[in-house]
Design a protein around this ligand. Structure first.
Ligand SMILES: Nc1ncnc2c1ncn2[C@@H]1O[C@H](COP(=O)(O)OP(=O)(O)OP(=O)(O)O)[C@@H](O)[C@H]1O
Length: 309
């Protein structure tokens, strides 16, 4: 069985007035890329600050590689890469000086990975940090998180400020690191980045986990709908009687949801004069937005909607 690398057990950090995180349970396994999604103020950074040992939990605990995140933070950090949600660098240094400074602080002697990542992200590191754009600083922070070849990497909104090209380069990096067996925890607002990189994703809302989804099975469960425009209203009305799951009708246009075998639908359509046929596949964002709503509070356990752990 895969080893648990990150374990969050009944974790509570209560800031009062319902703010913070409450009775959160979460396990991230060796080699897993795990997404952490939630609206503003949901408790993502609070969870990450607990994982980093920056704050002491009010209840429960968290462990990384079997070590307590608060009590053994120093030991954990020797094998951990971290990117903070709010980056603070020393303004007077150049990008390169900052990277060298962090590398020295972490005792990184082999800087080949650092140079490789500087090339990958096309970072011009000769300018002073204070004159860098948000995106450039973000690149420096990403390089800092990965350059020591850590076993575990925790990233708090890693692509904030990056342009789409650089976001893609970030996704490539995550997929490469995943191949090497790294365990990666990413908090994000960007659905596409989560969809393309993560094995599983947790949704947090108002300090509580509302779902943990396996991304492969989520993809399989994406609903498909077909928008058919018939030649005549008579044909459209006749099709209504075929017994398919009709989502919408606007005159000659009918939207049908099909799950599973598509053949009965295709065979049925063959009997009609069709003007147009469009296919709409539910996006991950549409599926997840369902969990962001008020009515979906499900408590803080590790079970997803199908009850699997
Ligand atoms: N030190 C603190 N003292 C009091 N309240 C806090 C403190 N830190 C966070 N909070 C509150 O806890 C809640 C969760 O904050 P957190 O920063 O974890 O959210 P988040 O999910 O990371 O949000 P965002 O996406 O906006 O970064 C918020 O209501 C926030 O105001």
């Amino acid at each position: 069985m895969e080893q648990s690398v990150i374990e969050i057990l009944n974790l509570t950090k209560d800031y009062g007035d319902g703010r913070g995180i409450f009775n959160t349970n979460l396990i991230v396994k060796q080699g897993e890329v795990f997404g952490f999604l939630g609206p503003n103020g949901a408790g993502k950074s609070t969870t990450i600050r607990n994982l980093m040992g920056f704050i002491r939990p009010d209840g429960g605990s968290c462990k990384i590689m079997g070590m307590d995140c608060y009590l053994e933070a120093d030991k954990i950090q020797e094998r951990l890469g971290y990117l903070a949600g709010e980056i603070s660098f020393i303004d007077g240094l150049t990008g390169k000086q900052m990277l060298d400074f962090i590398a020295d602080m972490k005792g990184i002697k082999d800087k080949s990975k650092m140079h490789e990542l500087m090339q990958h992200f096309e970072l011009n590191s000769s300018g002073k940090i204070k004159k860098m754009s948000k995106g450039m600083k973000q690149k420096v922070a990403i390089i800092c998180a990965f350059m020591g070849e850590p076993d575990v990497i925790i990233l708090d909104e890693p692509t904030s400020g990056l342009d789409p090209l650089m976001q893609n380069k970030f996704i490539d990096l995550i997929l490469e690191e995943k191949k090497k067996g790294k365990t990666i925890f990413i908090s994000s607002h960007i659905f596409e980045e989560i969809e393309r990189t993560c094995d599983r994703t947790a949704i947090i809302r108002k300090g509580r986990l509302v779902a943990i989804e396996d991304m492969k099975s989520l993809n399989k469960r994406k609903k498909k709908s077909y928008i058919i425009t018939f030649q005549s209203i008579e044909q459209a009305n006749q099709f209504l009687r075929e017994g398919f799951d009709i989502i919408d009708q606007k005159d000659k246009q009918i939207t049908v949801a099909i799950q599973g075998d598509i053949n009965p639908f295709i065979h049925s359509l063959a009997h009609y004069e069709i003007k147009n046929l469009d296919i709409k596949i539910e996006t991950i964002e549409e599926i997840f937005m369902h969990f962001y709503g008020e009515e979906n509070q499900a408590g803080g356990d590790q079970h997803d909607r199908k009850g699997t752990v």
